[in-house]
Design a protein around this ligand. Structure first.
Ligand SMILES: NC(=O)c1ccc[n+]([C@@H]2O[C@H](COP(=O)([O-])OP(=O)(O)OC[C@H]3O[C@@H](n4cnc5c(N)ncnc54)[C@H](OP(=O)(O)O)[C@@H]3O)[C@@H](O)[C@H]2O)c1
Length: 257
């Protein structure tokens, strides 16, 4: 059986994906009875406010980072022998997880919110010797997975955990720039969002980003003029700084957790 502890944004996205992928053996644990009722009615899963003894082979922890170790200490006596505990919380280390649930197989995952659209990116860092195959398969219900070492989690957070927000900011700026050029906000939004979506699909193909950019940049043309302005504005250097700032903040949060 699979348990999801904490039915918030990420817990619900994961549950929805698992159910859609045909997993019927899912239990969601909430702290509020009305939330449990919502999960039963919406997804047809089992749901309660108390973990069942020894019932789950894999437990996903999807509460806020500050609550993870406390939740896990309460859960530990109910875990089956050799159960796998998967934390989806930012900044909570494998050592903290192992300390709160001695004997469990612990795995740390950095998800991102496009998992709500089943287009998520989950980076999976297992404790030494822990097999990730079953967890990879489950998380593929909400997008793509990659296995990394825990030391890379700060960089992972900057590349996938937080990066959807960088794209949203770019989209917002593009829409505002269109409005400044006289387009209605409705038309500007449609043009910007569909272009970003389409570019995302192109990027998911086999061509590298540089090649895709070459393909749309005619010598002396309009795109070349725009790209020159983006380079003058320091886009590339701003992205490097954003990734450094995000990774550093994740490292700091991990230290204080
Ligand atoms: N959202 C993101 O973009 C994102 C990205 C990467 C990683 N994450 C990680 O995903 C985790 C969940 O984030 P979220 O955005 O889904 O948060 P959220 O929407 O606030 O959901 C947290 C859920 O956990 C429940 N909860 C809190 N304390 C609990 C406890 N002691 N016992 C049982 N349930 C408890 C909350 O219940 P109540 O409703 O009663 O408060 C809520 O349903 C976080 O650790 C975060 O670091 C999130």
């Amino acid at each position: 059986m699979i348990a999801v502890y904490g039915g918030g944004t990420i817990g619900e996205a994961l549950t929805a994906g698992l159910v859609a992928a045909g997993h019927t053996d899912v239990t969601v644990i909430n702290r509020r009875a009305e939330r449990s009722a919502y999960f039963r009615e919406t997804y047809g899963v089992r749901s309660s406010e108390e973990p069942a003894d020894g019932a789950a082979d894999i437990v996903f922890i999807a509460v806020k980072p500050y609550a993870v170790t406390g939740v896990l200490r309460g859960l530990a006596p109910h875990l089956a022998e050799g159960a796998t505990v998967v934390s989806l919380a930012a900044g909570v280390t494998l050592a903290q997880l192992a300390g709160a649930a001695p004997g469990a197989q612990v795995i740390r995952v950095m998800p991102n919110t496009p998992m709500l659209a089943r287009m998520g990116m989950c980076a999976i860092a297992p404790a030494p010797g822990v097999d990730t195959a079953a967890v990879e398969e489950l998380l593929q219900a909400v997008g793509e997975t990659v296995v990394v070492e825990e030391k890379d989690m700060d960089a992972v957070t900057a590349l996938s955990g937080s990066s959807p927000a960088y794209v949203y900011l770019f989209a917002e700026a593009l829409v505002d720039a269109g409005v400044a050029r006289g387009l209605s906000r409705t038309v500007a939004s449609k043009l910007a969002i569909q272009s970003i979506r389409g570019a995302g699909e192109m990027l998911a193909g086999t061509k590298a980003p540089t090649q895709l950019r070459y393909d749309v940049t005619s010598p002396g043309g309009t795109t070349a003029a725009a790209l020159r302005a983006l380079e003058d504005g320091g886009l590339r250097s701003a992205v490097f700084s954003a990734v450094d700032a995000c990774a550093e903040r994740n490292r700091e949060l991990g230290k204080t957790d």
